[in-house]
Ligand binder design. Sequence first.
Ligand code: ATP
Length: 364
Amino acid sequence: MANAQLAHVTKRFGDGGDTVVAVDDISLDIEDGEFLVLVGPSGCGKSTTLRLIAGLETVSEGEIRISDRVVNDVKPKDRDIAMVFQNYALYPQRTVRGNMSFGLKMTTDLSEREITDRVDQTAEMLSISDLLDRKPGALSGGQQQRVALGRAIVRDPALFLMDEPLSNLDAKLRTQMRTELQELHQELGTATVYVTHDQTEAMTMGDRIAVLDGGELQQIGTPLECYYEPANRFVAGFIGSPSMNQVGGRFTGDAIDVGAFEYPLTDEQREAVEEGITGDTVTLGIRPEDVTLTDDHDSRTIEIAVSVVEPMGSENLLHLEKDGIELSVSVSGNQLVTGGDTVRVQFPPDHVHAFDGESGKALF
Ligand code: ATP
């Protein structure tokens, strides 16, 4: 069952010649209990989408439902949501207990006793019981973030909305809080919409991820679906690190010719290209981790020069170059390859992607 829904939601800022379409006809369901991550580069519209769900912005077109109720005209405080912001947005003059209980006092008719109990329980869950009498100024960034989470959790809303809540924390604390947030989510089971620009955060945290670019929804699916079956060139390049290699080429009927080499298509791949192609240009895609080094010499292998080797610990990232075409390839750290070497690589057909050169849509 869907906990919240966006149906053809568009948000325009400004009018006349200066209109910015921040969110462009987005439709998606947020299922009961799911952790949905909105991810995309700066300016893609993810924060605006979240603020529309929260009611901090009004929609220009379309409909937003929360728990089966259309909320387009409902005030933020009446939407049964709780939001966690990047900058925590705590009240500096109130204690941690004051910060956590304020929303409950304003929006519910719970008794003092019930509010105290809920705050105590939530503080325990977040290991901040000993901080309840402090003010935010006397807390570290990580502790403030816990308080901000606590303030959202005590309200027991239908939906959590989180806008880059971990981005002000240092790398180590961020990784730790990621795991804690996932554990909390499992414990509470409350549907959550989480905004980040960080594809690693999206991949590790999301039950599903919604990839946005230019205000448009590019793909929504599990992290593995977006990784293995990217809907288009943008998703293919954005999800996965290091990024997928993408090389522009031409469909010759039985191969993709990228100039420096030809990739011979399997029958199935050829049929998929014939069915979906709009012109004759194709972008060939393969992830650095999917290219293999080989000693074979046949039509499926390519001889290519190693320009740079970046040691990454257990892996080495090789930068390869042939006739103006560059490829990144990750290989195990114990493979002895150095800059200036020549290697042979092959593209296992099951791992090769192709995108229509004009629309960017996945062909296979
Ligand atoms: P970031 O990661 O940088 O926060 P984002 O993906 O969250 O980016 P949004 O903040 O949603 O992107 O912005 C989407 C687009 O809408 C951008 O082009 C932005 O400049 C524009 N925009 C956002 N808020 C406003 C506003 N209040 N007035 C005018 N334009 C706005």
